[in-house]
Design a protein around this ligand. Sequence first.
Ligand code: SAH
Length: 361
Amino acid sequence: MTAKIDLAGLELHELEQELVRLGHPKFHGRQIFQWIHKRGITDLALMTDLGREVRQQLSSEVEIHTPQVEGKERSIDGTTKLLLRLSDGKQIESVFIPDTPSQTFCISTQVGCAMKCAFCLTGRMGIDRNLTASEIAGQVRVLARELQMLDVRFNIVLMGMGEPLHNYEATMKALRILNDEHGLAISARRITLSTVGVLPALERLATEPVMPNLAISLHSTTEDQRDMLVPLNRKYGLKDLLDACRRFPVKRRERITFEYVMLNEVNDTPEDARRLVRLLHGIRGKVNLLPLNEAAGIPFDRPSDARVNQFARILADHGVTVSVRKSRGRDIRAACGQLITESKKTQAPGRRLASLMEQGA
Ligand code: SAH
């Protein structure tokens, strides 16, 4: 038996084709697309502008998947983390970060991650599987619904679990669905894709019609050290990555963000800062410093604010635009690099349940 097709993972033109294939008029495709992506309605019975017969017939022929909310935790700073369950029972996390100053949804692209960066908890999980386009776009729909933000402007960052350029097709398809004017119509300018630098995929990204802002997880200024911190560097090295960034078609008035996780006395010295200035010479970029979010099992320390400031000062003094990422949602383990799903967590189920109940979830 073949699985039913999931309409939530189809772009508008594919949905129209699918409806025609099933013997229905093409325009029903657009109606269904609007119900799912614009209004967040996935129950065919509620799609009242489709005839009853069409709805009945479709409900036996197709599926419309939406990740199910299994847990919801709210940080004292307002950051909200959703634990979502997929149709095969796998779990992922998605995060809402308010007032950065914009409203931001942080979305996952894989269950786990294969990149194994030395300081990242998600990397510890290893990779379980890729998310589908339906599951990637679905997280946005669920967050918008849960936070009552279907009509509010928000940004999307692909900075949750997973490496988006290691799941290229599904990620780009999800972005086209999110961008479609008949759905949420999220402009590519409001979407940021963060990557450790999967070079062939980065070259492809440069040719995409819906091209998000680019953030590069750089984290180091020498090949040897980056080999250790970001193992993919052994395949696609720092020099080649920066050359690809030099060639990347950065839109007018925009820049590539270079993320730099700061590990105490590892990559946070004044020499590192000066090397970073030299490396970024000639690239339209800015630096976002991420002081390490510490966690059990991560063999690095967070540097003092003084060290972070000293590093930032050297960049700024040399004309490099720099910001320090405020870590949000650390109390609920929703901060960068802390997303990891239940089976691998050390937190006892009882405690998690208690904290969910406190939130009234
Ligand atoms: N795989 C992509 C998307 C994840 S984005 C990427 O690596 O870019 C998440 C960002 O948080 C990345 O820059 C990642 O390196 C960073 N990060 C991971 N663990 C962290 C930690 N413990 N503290 C601070 N930042 C961390």
